[in-house]
Design a protein around this ligand. Structure first.
Ligand code: HEM
Length: 518
């Protein structure tokens, strides 16, 4: 076997890992006492393979049944404690005795070693305040026209083909929304925008490869793309960076003062459709604030802030778009109800889809939440304990990682789950065997039936700042399509054949959605 080419040979790599694992097993097996999970898992792969092959809800629920409300997994080479005891989780997710940290080395290699979310109140506080301003109603209103443009251009392509390869389309849409709307990247004519997006896509894709930058691997390509992107952005942003930095210095290098300044200046400027006093700060300026707060004030850091904005929004949005399509395309019933609602919206607001119209669709909102409950676009973010955490009889030591895993919590929803542990997965999460019963947007429309656990966008102090933008994007896409078409999966069991970790990925050739004109 040629070891220099092992990254091109997944079977060889797997065999090498198994060999390594067996050696490790004999060395470690006798030392290990009974942990809160299987005694032994393969290095790097750990429980990752099992999780990828099973649905995440099913897998997590089976471990919950076996080990209870705290159990350990080895994900991508890291030990993680999956916790479902909400009382115990409350502290860590409010930054008490824990900080947000992504433990996967790939993430740090691609994003840089800057933990703004875990930087403490004085850094995270102003950054979050300004982020919420950028992504609040004024920001959303000004982002709506470019969101609509992106969606309409995709719809035109789909209409011409009469079908959508929805997994690939969602990937392109997520990237375009991230670059053109969220990070709002301005490039001079000397830089080819399509080339820039291609580089950004290569960089993003590295996140999902093996965490070893072997030559030719996804990670090695991503690191090369990162270098190029930072160089180009550094040149493009040079003047803007100098202005920002001198204002930062004038304000005494204070994150709080800079956040107030960004918000005040933006709210005095004209906002969407020229409305005075409705402006919102630019998200890339806001994200930059976090890095400046950590002392990263060079032009390359301003460039990196743009990449951070892309990372926060591209793949998350992509998975949300795909998962929503996948579920809605399976339900003629939900599509009819969405269509009826669109007829009412057109009656009230006219045929053009406006921001106001897009904000007046309760059944659509319920549908999106239901999709994100049943098939979350994110499992949530882990926390690193800075002090011991007691969970029932178990004490998790400082330094451990704990994770409030959305899929599992959604299984255990006190409104929807009757406590039955004899099943493989609770009925309200079982889209495979109980689609009609599990996928019910209506449950969000009444206080009695409304789910209590909904953690796709996180929880506590770091709840997703972009949640309303994500909803707006999905709403816009669905409204445009549902008004004109019925959707049908060409491969009805696309989801059953998919891979599930780290995200839902259909088998090649199964992701076609057919558009049938109304
Ligand atoms: C459907 C799409 C999205 C999903 C599922 C999602 C999910 C999440 C989750 C789970 C967190 C919490 C992470 C943690 O607790 O460690 C988070 C945080 C965050 N998200 Fe999103 N996100 C989405 C879209 C977006 C978009 C479009 C933006 C726009 C920039 C965004 C910006 C952020 C920011 C800034 C934070 C950090 C908040 C903080 O630490 O205070 N997200 N997101």
């Amino acid at each position: 076997m040629d070891l220099t080419k092992i990254h091109e040979d997944p079977i060889g790599l797997l065999l090498a890992m198994i060999a390594g694992a067996l050696v490790a097993f004999f060395l470690l097996a006798r030392k290990e006492k009974r942990p809160l999970g299987p005694m032994f898992t393969l290095p790097i792969l750990g429980d990752t393979v099992a999780l990828a092959l099973s649905e995440q809800s099913r897998f997590m629920f089976s471990r919950y049944k076996k080990y209870g409300s705290v159990f350990r997994l080895n994900l991508l080479g890291k030990h993680m404690y999956i916790l479902s005891d909400l009382e115990a989780l409350r502290g860590p997710y409010r930054d008490e005795g824990a900080i947000p940290e992504v433990p996967f080395p790939t993430f740090k290699l691609l994003m840089g070693d800057f933990n703004v979310a875990g930087g403490g109140k004085h850094i995270h506080g102003p950054w979050r305040k300004a982020s919420l301003a950028a992504l609040g109603p004024a920001g959303l209103q000004s982002m709506f026209p470019p969101v609509l443009r992106v969606m309409q251009s995709h719809l035109s392509e789909w209409e011409a083909a009469g079908r959508v390869e929805v997994f690939q389309s969602a990937r392109r849409m997520g990237l375009e929304l991230a670059v053109d709307v969220v990070a709002d990247v301005e490039l001079s004519p000397a830089v080819d925008r399509a080339w820039f997006k291609q580089q950004a896509e290569t960089w993003l894709y590295g996140m999902w490869g093996l965490p070893v930058p072997l030559p030719g691997s996804a990670l090695a390509k991503a690191l090369a793309a990162r270098k190029v992107l930072l160089r180009v952005l550094g040149q493009e942003l040079a003047a803007d960076h100098e202005d920002y930095k001198s204002r930062w210095t004038e304000l005494g290098s204070s994150g709080a003062a800079m956040a107030d300044d960004l918000v005040a200046k933006a709210s005095a400027a004209p906002g969407a459709e020229g409305a005075k006093g409705l402006g919102a700060p630019r998200l890339s300026h806001v994200i930059r604030l976090g890095l400046f707060g950590l002392g990263a004030t060079e032009v390359e850091h301003s460039a990196l802030a743009v990449l951070h904005a892309v990372m926060a929004s591209a793949d998350t949005t992509r998975f949300a778009l795909f998962n929503t399509w996948a579920l809605v395309a399976q339900s003629a019933r939900v599509q009819e109800k969405l269509y009826e609602e669109q007829q009412k919206v057109i009656e009230e607001f006219g045929p053009e889809l406006s921001y106001k119209a897009a904000s007046s669709m309760p059944y659509m909102d319920a549908t999106i939440k239901e999709c994100m409950r049943l098939l979350p676009a994110s499992a949530g973010g882990p926390r690193k304990l800075t002090q011991d955490l007691k969970v029932g009889e178990v004490v998790l030591p400082a330094g451990s990682f704990v994770w409030m895993y959305s899929y599992l919590l959604h299984c255990l929803d006190p409104v929807l789950w009757d406590g039955d542990t004899s099943v493989d997965v609770p009925a309200h999460m079982d889209w495979r065997n109980n689609f009609e019963g599990a996928f019910r947007p209506e449950r969000w429309l009444s206080e009695e039936t409304k789910p209590k656990y909904y953690f796709t966008f996180g929880y506590g102090n770091h709840l997703c700042a972009g949640i309303n933008l994500a909803y707006l994007e999905i709403r816009t896409m669905l409204a445009l399509v549902i008004r004109k078409y019925r959707l049908r999966l060409q491969t009805p069991d696309m989801l059953s054949r998919a891979r599930y970790f780290p995200f839902v990925e259909p088998s090649p050739g199964t992701d076609t959605v057919l558009l049938e004109a109304r």
